[in-house]
Design a protein around this ligand. Structure first.
Ligand code: ADP
Ligand code: MG
Length: 570
């Protein structure tokens, strides 16, 4: 099972010619192999060719154009005012989703991306566009609006992407697309992605694509993607801590709608009660209820008046519920068939799903049997820590702040900011406002729960050669100044360095200490807090030698690998 924790450095992707940093990000996201459409379209796009790509929904078309787009932006570091990438999508939701995906893929390269859609106030969009964005993801109507107002300049555009082109045509955007493309340089690169290729699409392709590479992916050749749409995770937790662990996982995952499977009626009732006490809207469903009661429960669940349905296998048989985001196995199902049957309830209708299984330590083997029978990997994960939970809350806050900015109506508050800005840094003001929101959110401070799966982690936490160590899964202090508890402040001014490898690359604190002291011939008293998380690590060093350390570590190999080393941006 430990095998499944090792993620190869996006091997299949590296053959496609993408930037190292993008490859690392993909590995971090758990993308191991490119999908068929990605494999076929990324290389020609990187080579500057126009592409016409057709593949079914859910086959990874976003990354197929987003990765080359990101790759194209960074090496040239052109001024931000020059939007270099434009992605046109049919709806507001897609604009947000695609922008979020590009943000995710391009995070480590500092690519800026912005969704632009109708229905949101113009002023804030104009302000952001003025500040400059590398990639604009827009609905056609709003894009045209900005072009006509001269608030979106496409004179320097390098690549235009028409995503879900069939949908855009169905929605009557054909003329808008024409007008938008007219506002872009003739020598731009163009990619057109679509789930279907009706003749109207081919006509657009003939007019706007130059000698395109045409890629069509038959649905039957990409069944692996269907499976990949259900993320399968397991947590190893001793029985007494299972309910607490489930609560924590629910807090972090924030399922919109989930079914929790238990073995017996008694388990269902006990768990439903415990979840209710945890503040979750949970309803029990089992054979002990009358048909009437069961109908009522299902009606509530379908109407989304219940977030969690706690059920036995028998009671849930044949349930057809759309929109189940998470299937949770509170116990490992008896056999692979039951497992497949249960997780088949999520990831339906082209949506993504998550299947989470709680296993007791001695049930490890049952998981492996299921993996073997389904020929699919179940990733063993650690129960989220309090730090994870806090990071999740912060992420939610970030998202709501972003939404608030995009939806405007801030004039009243801008006045407050303006008056504060007379004496304070705007960045500090914003950070303080976020801190206040966070503090209000975090009224109920969670307790750390002792879990078996963390024992092995504790073993790494031994301080090494005088270094101060923390092994929180998410070690970044949330406000940029707080230090992990129990870590004394060093005499020198610390700078936090980011190292692009962590627990999954088998990096331990001692490796970092060894590499730094060894490469530079300095004493370990020059090393401050070290934090190792799954996919990256951070280490504090004195600011006056930070650049020397970055250069030395960047050139060195750690655990046989060259790793990205840079100042931590957090
Ligand atoms: P499409 O646009 O073709 O409908 P998306 O681009 O929305 O599909 O991708 C569907 C899902 O597949 C997304 O959740 C995405 O994160 C995931 N995905 C894309 N490429 C890969 C990959 N190479 N490996 C694993 N998951 C992937
Ligand atoms: Mg898509």
């Amino acid at each position: 099972m430990t095998k499944s924790k090792e993620v190869p450095v996006a091997a299949g992707f590296s053959a496609l010619g993408l930037d190292e940093r993008v490859l690392k990000t993909l590995t971090g996201l758990g993308y191991e192999e490119p999908t068929a459409v990605q494999e076929a379209t990324i290389p020609p796009l990187l080579a500057g060719r126009d592409v016409l790509g057709q593949a079914a929904t859910g086959t990874g078309k976003t990354a197929a154009f987003a990765l080359p787009l990101i790759h194209l932006i960074t090496p040239n570091a052109v001024p931000r005012e020059r939007t270099t990438g434009l992605v046109l999508v049919p709806t507001r939701e897609l604009a947000m989703q695609v922008a979020e995906a590009i943000h995710k893929y391009g995070r480590d390269l500092g690519v800026s991306v912005m969704p632009v859609y109708g229905g949101a106030p113009m002023e804030s969009q104009i302000r952001s566009l003025k500040r400059g964005v590398d990639i604009v993801v827009a609905t056609p109507g709003r894009a045209l609006d900005h072009i006509n107002r001269k608030t979106l300049h496409l004179g320097h555009l390098k690549m235009a992407v028409l995503d879900e082109a069939d949908e855009m045509l169905d929605m009557g955007f054909a003329e808008d697309l024409e007008a938008i493309l007219k506002a872009t340089p003739e020598l731009r690169q163009t990619a057109l992605f679509s789930a279907t290729l009706p003749s109207r699409i081919q006509a657009i392709a003939r007019t706007h694509l130059r000698d395109p590479i045409v890629v069509t992916i038959d649905r039957s050749v990409s069944p692996e993607v269907e499976a990949a749409r259900v993320r399968q995770v397991a947590y190893i937790v001793p029985r007494p801590h299972k309910i607490a662990a489930l609560g924590r996982v629910l807090d972090v995952e924030q399922p919109t709608s989930a079914i929790v499977f238990c073995r017996t009626r008694g388990d269902v009732d006990a768990l439903t009660e415990a979840l209710g006490a945890h503040g979750q809207r949970a309803e029990a469903l089992h054979g002990g209820l009358s048909q009437d009661q069961r109908d009522r429960v299902m009606k509530k669940f379908r109407a989304k008046k219940t977030d969690l349905l706690v059920a036995t296998d028998v009671a849930a048989r044949g349930l057809d519920v759309k929109h189940v985001s998470h299937v949770i196995n509170f116990d490992v199902p008896a056999d692979a068939e039951a497992y497949v049957h249960r997780i088949g309830r999520t990831g339906r209708a082209g949506r993504e799903g998550v299947a989470i299984t709680f296993a007791e330590p001695r049930e490890h083997r049952l998981l492996r049997n299921i993996e073997r029978a389904t020929k699919q990997k179940i990733e063993i994960s650690e129960v989220p820590t309090i730090a994870d939970l806090k990071a999740k809350r912060l992420e939610l806050t970030r998202a709501s702040v972003r939404d608030a900015v995009l939806s405007g109506g801030l004039d009243m508050y801008r006045k407050v900011v303006e008056s504060l800005a007379a004496e304070l840094d705007v960045m500090d003001i914003a950070a303080a406002a976020i801190k206040l929101v966070e503090n209000r959110r975090g009224e109920d401070e969670p307790e750390e729960i002792p879990l078996a799966s963390r024992v092995s982690v504790g073993a790494i936490a031994r301080p090494v050669r005088g270094a101060r160590v923390s092994t929180e899964k998410n070690p970044r202090p949330t406000d940029g100044s707080k230090r992990p508890r129990g870590v004394p402040k060093p005499a020198w001014e610390p700078v936090r360095l980011f190292i692009g490898g962590g627990r999954k690359a088998k990096i331990r604190p001692g490796d970092l200490v060894g590499a730094i002291t060894g490469e530079l011939g300095i004493d370990s008293s020059n090393i401050g807090a070290i934090a190792i998380s799954d996919r990256f690590s951070t280490v504090e060093v004195p600011s006056d030698i930070a650049d020397t350390v970055i250069a030395a570590l960047g050139a060195a190999t750690i655990k046989g690998k060259k790793l990205l080393v840079r100042r931590d941006r957090a």
